[in-house]
Design a protein around this ligand. Structure first.
Ligand code: MF3
Ligand code: CO
Ligand code: CO
Length: 255
C-alpha cells in the first residue's frame, strides 16, 4: 500500500500540537542560553533533559530509532544528530546547534537553532553561515502558504542559501510533524525536479535548513549518528514548525 503523501491534522490535534511546539520552543531557548564554553556536550544534554521534563514533556529523540541522547547537539563541522559526550568540551569560537524534540499531551514539537559561543562578534564567515541559514528558513516560511507547492518552499530556501555562498545539505530534509516526529511529506532544502505536494490548511511542517560554509557533501561518523561536513568546515541548522492555514501561515516555535 502506498504511504499517504501528507497529513492534514484535525483542529483537536492542532490544539495539542500547538502546546507541544510551544514547549519545544521554550526548551530550545533555555537550552541555547545554557550553552557555555568549558562545558561538555554531555553536560548540556543532561541539562536539556531536565529542562524538557520540567516543562512536563518527554525528550522525543531519546530512544527514537535507538538514539541515545535527550537532544541533538552538533558542534562546528557536525551538521546534525550529534550526541552529547563527556569528552567533547565546548570552546569559545564554536558554533553549537541544539535540536530539541518535546513530546507532550500526545503531540510532538521539534525545533533547532545554532548559536555562536563567545563574547565578541563571530568572524565574518561564521556570521554569513548563521545569517544565511536563518534567512533561508525565513524565506521557506514565507513560501509555506496554502496553494503553493512544496517545490516553491524548497526553492525559496535554496535560493537564499546559495546567495550567501553556502553548501546546501541534500541527504537530510525537513518533514511533516505533529502527532509523530516524522510524518509525510518530506521538506527538502533544495528545488526538486517535481512540484511536490500542494500545501494545504492543516498541514504542520518542520522546515529545517542544514547549510555548510564549504562543500554540501556530508558523511556519517562511525557512531552511526553524527553527520559531518565532508571538508571539516562549519555547518548550521535552524528549524521551525509551521502550521499552514487558509490565510497566514503560523510559526508554532517562535524564537
Ligand atoms: N530533530 C531531528 C529532526 O529535526 C530528528 C532527530 S532524530 C534523532 O528531524 F534520533 F536523531 F534524534
Ligand atoms: Co529537529
Ligand atoms: Co525536524
Amino acid at each position: 500500500m502506498l504511504r499517504k503523501p501528507y497529513i492534514i491534522h484535525t483542529p483537536e490535534e492542532i490544539a495539542r500540537i500547538r502546546v507541544a511546539a510551544a514547549a519545544a520552543a521554550h526548551a530550545r531557548e533555555q537550552i541555547a542560553s545554557a550553552v557555555e564554553a568549558g562545558m561538555s556536550t554531555k553536560e548540556l544534554d543532561m541539562i536539556a533533559g531536565a529542562i524538557i521534563r520540567d516543562l512536563g514533556g518527554v525528550p522525543t529523540f531519546l530512544g527514537y530509532c535507538g538514539y541515545p541522547g535527550n537532544i541533538c547537539i552538533s558542534v562546528n563541522d557536525e551538521v546534525v544528530h550529534g550526541i552529547g559526550r563527556p569528552d567533547r568540551i565546548i570552546l569559545k569560537g564554536d558554533v553549537v546547534s541544539v535540536d530539541v524534540g518535546v513530546t507532550l499531551g500526545g503531540a510532538v514539537g521539534d525545533t533547532a537553532k545554532t548559536v555562536y559561543v563567545g563574547d565578541d562578534e563571530p568572524p565574518g564567515d561564521v556570521q554569513r553561515l548563521l545569517e544565511g541559514t536563518r534567512l533561508s528558513l525565513e524565506a521557506g516560511i514565507k513560501a509555506a502558504k496554502a496553494g503553493n507547492c512544496m517545490q516553491d518552499l524548497s526553492r525559496a530556501v535554496e535560493k537564499v542559501a546559495v546567495a550567501h555562498g553556502l553548501g546546501v545539505v541534500r541527504e537530510y530534509v525537513g518533514h511533516g510533524c505533529g502527532i509523530h516526529l516524522h510524518e509525510p511529506p518530506e521538506v527538502p532544502n533544495f528545488a526538486t525536479r517535481s512540484r511536490g505536494v500542494k500545501l494545504l490548511p492543516g498541514m504542520v511542517l518542520c522546515i529545517e535548513p542544514m547549510m555548510n560554509l564549504g562543500t554540501h557533501r556530508i558523511y556519517v561518523e562511525d557512531d552511526q549518528w553524527t553527520v559531518r561536513t565532508g571538508d571539516g568546515k562549519k555547518s548550521a541548522h535552524f528549524e521551525h514548525m509551521v502550521l499552514i492555514t487558509e490565510d497566514q501561515t503560523e510559526v508554532l516555535t517562535k524564537w
